[in-house]
Design a protein around this ligand. Sequence first.
Ligand code: IPD
Ligand code: CA
Ligand code: CA
Length: 298
Amino acid sequence: MEANNYCSTGSIMTIFIAENPLNYHAVAVSLPPMHPMINIAVRAARSAGNILLRYYEHTNTLTVTEKRKNEFVSEVDKAAEQAIIEVLQKSYPDHAILGEETGSHKGNDYQWVIDPLDGTTNYLHGQPQFSISIALKYQGQLEHGVIYDPLREEMFSATRGSGAFLNDRRIRVTQRKGLDGALIGTGFPYRDHSHLDAYMGMFRDMITDTAGIRRPGSAALDFAYVAAGRLDGFWELGLCEWDFAAGALLVNEAGGTVTDIGGGERFLESGNVIAGGFKTHAAMLQQIKPHLTESLKF
Ligand code: IPD
Ligand code: CA
Ligand code: CA
């Protein structure tokens, strides 16, 4: 399968914020007892959430740069990532970090994978669907994940082997038997159009056989919604690891299945992904299969 070439971090960007223009403050969190690393991730997500909320009503005043065609980044994305890193490094100075905006920070076998603002396009247009996504991998395996929607104050979290939660409530994927009646989420291609024809074929067949398709605009939240049973399934081509590392763990811990678009396990690498309850996922795979081009297959 082709490597996903669209996942460059912001570290290659020329724009640079010399000072902290946003002057943010972290807030305390209170959650039921959980793994200490999840508590730190929650604290980091809330800190970033405060920044996103502070500027949400004033996005027209923000400095926005186009990283590549249709890929925007604002000073809020960067400040939010900085806030997350500060919180994480205070507790875990030796951990490695992969941040969408600051790139790779070397460390030990633990690696935090951060999307400080998933749904930047929505955010910049004042659309209330965006989130913060933070995952922790140990020796390459997903261990913890949080996805935070600061507008709705919804904190989705998961720890490998311990289930998935929305705030302090356990969540599960739906038990739907297939596509009939299913509500499916997706992301439309908007940067890389090389798989557009294949995607349109998938989209057409998915529209025909389901109850409906949604394109909310924050892949991290889409995964969280699959985990919470608000969507029966989700698929997208060309995601980056930080978009859905936490989301993939959430769906798995909520009893769902996550694979790449061909049914294999290398979804974090390819970014072409299908997620859902067991039977919905299987039905989506079948629906998508006829549209897989050679470059989308292994
Ligand atoms: C984007 C969102 C969007 C998805 C894109 C992502 P960003 O993340 O998750 O829903 O369709 O593929 O890149 O750029 O807003 O962090
Ligand atoms: Ca993202
Ligand atoms: Ca982002």
